[in-house]
Every structure is written in structure tokens, then in C-alpha cells.
Design a binder for this molecule. Structure first.
Ligand SMILES: [Zn+2]
Length: 326
């Protein structure tokens, strides 16, 4: 691990330990993949990681007028990782989709006229993406690990590649291409494998989300009140339900962890689809604005009143028109 110009350079092995130690209050739900196109393999001389990172930072600040370098991490052709923007700040990498994201810029041009990706860089991209998924509990899916190509440049909407888009992270040499199907076939299974350290299996099916209505809800190792108590979870926690059995809910994807369904009330998961959505103290525009949520933010809807949804156990309401409910 070395430092220069305020950046830190890490090997893929160092990265997982390093990211575990970073305190990040910002909610991170997405990992973005990009290629730089330029600079690329022609500019990398084997030792000029910091100079290249500072060059991009200068360009982003002086030419683009941004607060800092756009990306959180750059991954170089030799597999070395260099830090960029502070993790507490959203990146400047995908118009309309920067909130709750971490942005990775992979140094290179991976379009058809570009370069084959080096194995060291390929392995580092897998390792870094997997380490971020583990650190921020991000499921390995094309909903959460996203390519720049999937977003319309003018509207910021996710189009999966139609409309006006960039080719980023590369049409050809980025894990078999830049389509959603390419990611799902050639990239995400490798990340999944690295996350689990074992053969890839399909993600377990989630039945629903629910929140705890008891002061403390006991977690037991079988779906019965006589089973051993393993732990307890407090009021308001949002749980995931994978299986139900005689009024009991299994809340772990791969462990026998059960809670009584009597104390779990269903909530709906939703994503904000407005650039900035006012949060009000009650279900209507006559109530005070108490906060805002932004596009791409994940919320849970606890209750509904007409066209309004309650997104917190406190009185925090938003218009359902601006929510994409799962
Ligand atoms: Zn990009």
C-alpha cells in the first residue's frame, strides 16, 4: 500500500481488508463499471498509476468543473487499484444514477478497436467488485452491479442499452461485452463465485420483506416456539422472508433462522424514480416537507393512504407516483 497526491494504491489482496475498515455512512446500493477509453493501455507505463490518477482528477476538476475526480476507484492494467473520490460522496459517473453508487473506472479502451484486457486487471475487477458487494451487502445481480451503457445519457433513465448511450465499459473486451446478458453470463457469475468462495448457485427466492412489530422478536432454530432461541431482533428491523411454515417465517437465505410471523408486518420495497422527491409529515401536499429522497434511493413502504406511501415508522410520507414498487 502506497500513497501519493492524496490517493492510495492497493493490490487486489490489500483491497478487501482496506475496504472493510472504511467507515461509510452513505448508503451504498450499487457498483458501477466503466472503462476510461482514454487514458488507456497506451498511456500506462507500468509505474505511472498516481500520475495518471492525478491527470484524470485535474481533467475532471478543471475541464469538467467537478468537485473532485469522478470515480471512487481506478483499476489499472496491472491489477493495481488507486483510490479517488471520498466514499462519502456520490460519484460523477452516470448521469441520473450516481446516488447510492460506488464508481469503478477500469483503465483501458475495451471497445472493438481497443485492447484485450490483461488477466491481472480482469482478476482485480472481479476481486474489487466482490469485496464491495461483501462490504456493503450488495447482492450480485444486474440490478445492483451496473454498466454505464445501460443508462440513457440525456434522461438518466435505465434503458438496458437502448436510446442515447455510451459503449462504456466496452463493447468487446470487457467480460464478453456491454449488454445486460453479457454481464449476467460472463461477469456476474465470476463475482458471485468470488463473493462466496464456492461454486455459483442461483440466488434464493425472497418471498417478502417485513418489519418487526414486537419490542424484541426472538429468532429460533426451528419454526416453533419450543425451538432454541438463537438471537433477537428489535422493533422496526426490516427482515427478509424466504419461506413460511405454519405461521413462522424463515429470515435467512441459507440458515435455519425462524421468527413468528405474528410479529412481522409486510412492507414493500420501492425505488425512487424522481430526481428529488419531497418527504412530508403526512399523506398529502398540505403537510410539511421534512426531507427529500433522490432518484435510485431504496425505500420501504410501511403503510399506504390513497396515493401516499409511508416510508418510515415515523410520519414520513411520499407520493407513490414517484416510487417504483417491486
Ligand atoms: Zn462510463
Amino acid at each position: 500500500m502506497t500513497e501519493k497526491f492524496g490517493f492510495t494504491q492497493l493490490s487486489p489482496d490489500e483491497f478487501e481488508g482496506w475496504i472493510k475498515k472504511q467507515n461509510v455512512a452513505r448508503t451504498v446500493l450499487y457498483v458501477q463499471q466503466h472503462h476510461t477509453w482514454s487514458p488507456n493501455y497506451l498511456h500506462f507505463k507500468g509505474e505511472n498509476h498516481f500520475d495518471m490518477q492525478r491527470g484524470m482528477q485535474n481533467f475532471h476538476k478543471n475541464v469538467n468543473g467537478w468537485m473532485d475526480i469522478g470515480q471512487h476507484f481506478s483499476i489499472f492494467p496491472d491489477g493495481q487499484i488507486v483510490t479517488g473520490r471520498n466514499l462519502e460522496h456520490s460519484p460523477a459517473c452516470i448521469f441520473g444514477f450516481n446516488a447510492n453508487s460506488i464508481c469503478i473506472e477500469n483503465i483501458g479502451n475495451f471497445d472493438a478497436d481497443g485492447h484485450e484486457m490483461n488477466k491481472a486487471q480482469r482478476d482485480a475487477i472481479i476481486a474489487v467488485t466482490a469485496a464491495l458487494c461483501k462490504r456493503f451487502n450488495i447482492p450480485v445481480s444486474s440490478k445492483r452491479i451496473v454498466y454505464h451503457h445501460w443508462f440513457d445519457l440525456r434522461t438518466g433513465a435505465r434503458t438496458d442499452g437502448s436510446g442515447t448511450t455510451k459503449s462504456c465499459p466496452g463493447t468487446t473486451h470487457f467480460f464478453g461485452g456491454n449488454k445486460v446478458a453479457d454481464a449476467e453470463k460472463h461477469f456476474l457469475p465470476l463475482v458471485e463465485k468470488a463473493v462466496k468462495g464456492e461454486p455459483v448457485s442461483p440466488p434464493p427466492k425472497l418471498l417478502q420483506y417485513g418489519f418487526v412489530t414486537a419490542t424484541w422478536l426472538n429468532i429460533r432454530n426451528q419454526p416453533t416456539a419450543k425451538a432454541r432461541k438463537m438471537n433477537a431482533t428489535p422493533y422496526g428491523s426490516v427482515l427478509r422472508v424466504y419461506e413460511t411454515k405454519s405461521g413462522w417465517y424463515r429470515i435467512s437465505a441459507n440458515k435455519q433462522e425462524w421468527v413468528s410471523g405474528r410479529y412481522v408486518q409486510a412492507v414493500q420495497r420501492a425505488t425512487v424514480n424522481a430526481t428529488a422527491l419531497n418527504v412530508r409529515s403526512g399523506p398529502g401536499t398540505q403537510f410539511n416537507i421534512v426531507n427529500q429522497v433522490t432518484k435510485g434511493e431504496e425505500v420501504f413502504v410501511y403503510a399506504e393512504d390513497g396515493n401516499w406511501g409511508q416510508i418510515s415508522l415515523d410520519d414520513r410520507w411520499v407520493s407513490k407516483k414517484y416510487l417504483d414498487i417491486d
